[in-house]
Each structure stands twice: as structure tokens, then as C-alpha cells.
Design a protein around this ligand. Sequence first.
Ligand code: FE
Ligand code: FE
Ligand code: ZN
Length: 198
Amino acid sequence: MNTNHTTVSPLEELFLDELADMYDAETNLVRTLPKMARSATHADLQAAFESHLRETQGHVEKLKKVFETFGRTAKPKKCEAMAGLIQEADKIAADHKATVALDAALISAAQKLEHYEMASYGSLREWAGLLGNATAADLLQEILEEEKTADQTLTQLGRAHCNNEALGRNGALKNASDEEADENAPRNVSDARAARRI
Ligand code: FE
Ligand code: FE
Ligand code: ZN
């Protein structure tokens, strides 16, 4: 590494290494978020995943710009952690597929991904600042803010709909055909109770 950059500091080496890790992680997420959107049953959760997919595509572009501000071309380095988190997301979604807890499971898995990103961008932004690259620090801060907002949106969706629905008091199992057949089915426990009273 750095055959053409003999004066690079250890911190810059570390920064570029972690940047390459996140470039791989974000690319992986661009492939994964559409699947999570398709798995979600609540329309607001689907929309949240689709909206964060567009932001994530933006993160890939912003990371390319950050590489450029360091005179580098974007290069991925396999992020084992994100691959593992995505594997867990697939597993928990598969394990709770066709149950009222599926959306809650997807939210939990997605928040783990977001927190990994938030931790990573926090360090990257700090290091870009220390390396005297304000443009890179600003770009990384922009990404960090979007990750935090995505995380908050997921918390709110869990509270407003998906966690209540996962309580499952109106029946444990449902399947995909029920879901399609009854678009206006009660989305949470209080709606379900209200519906039974009618
Ligand atoms: Fe991201
Ligand atoms: Fe990583
Ligand atoms: Zn994210």
C-alpha cells in the first residue's frame, strides 16, 4: 500500500483502511435494503427501507468523494462485520417469517446495521478532522446524520406500529396470502381490538 504516498501518516493509513471497509459495507447494503423492503409487511417500514436505500446509494457516492479528497480512487475492503450483521438479519427474518413479529425483527436487525455505521462514521469524521481534511469531515458528518435519522425512524416505527403488532394478541400466525388478501387488516393491537368491537 502507499507506494506513491510515502509521507502518509499512520492515522491516514488507518483512515483509508476504515474508509475502504465502509465503502464495502455500504455497497453491500445497497444490495440488501431492497430485500429488507420486500420482506417488510407494514407500508411505512417498506417506505423507510426504500428511502434509506436511496440515502445509502448517496453514501456510496459520498465515500467516493471522500477518497478523492485524499487523492485516492475508491477501493472496497471486505467488511466482515456488515456481512455478519446482514447474515443475522436474513436469519432472524427467515425465523420469524409469516408471523406478526416479522416487522419487529426487521427493525431490530436494521438498527444493528445502522449502529455499526454510526460508530464507524463517528471515528472516520474525527480522523478526517485531525488529518486536516474539512471537506471529508463534512461529507462524513452528512452521512452520519442520515444514519442517525434512519435509526430514529426505525425506533419510531417500532413504537408506533411494529412492536405492538408483534405482541400478536390477535392471533399468532399469518401467511403471505392473508397479507395480500386483506390490505386493510388491523396493523396493531389497538386497531385489532377496535376492529373486533365493530
Ligand atoms: Fe449508510
Ligand atoms: Fe467493517
Ligand atoms: Zn444506514
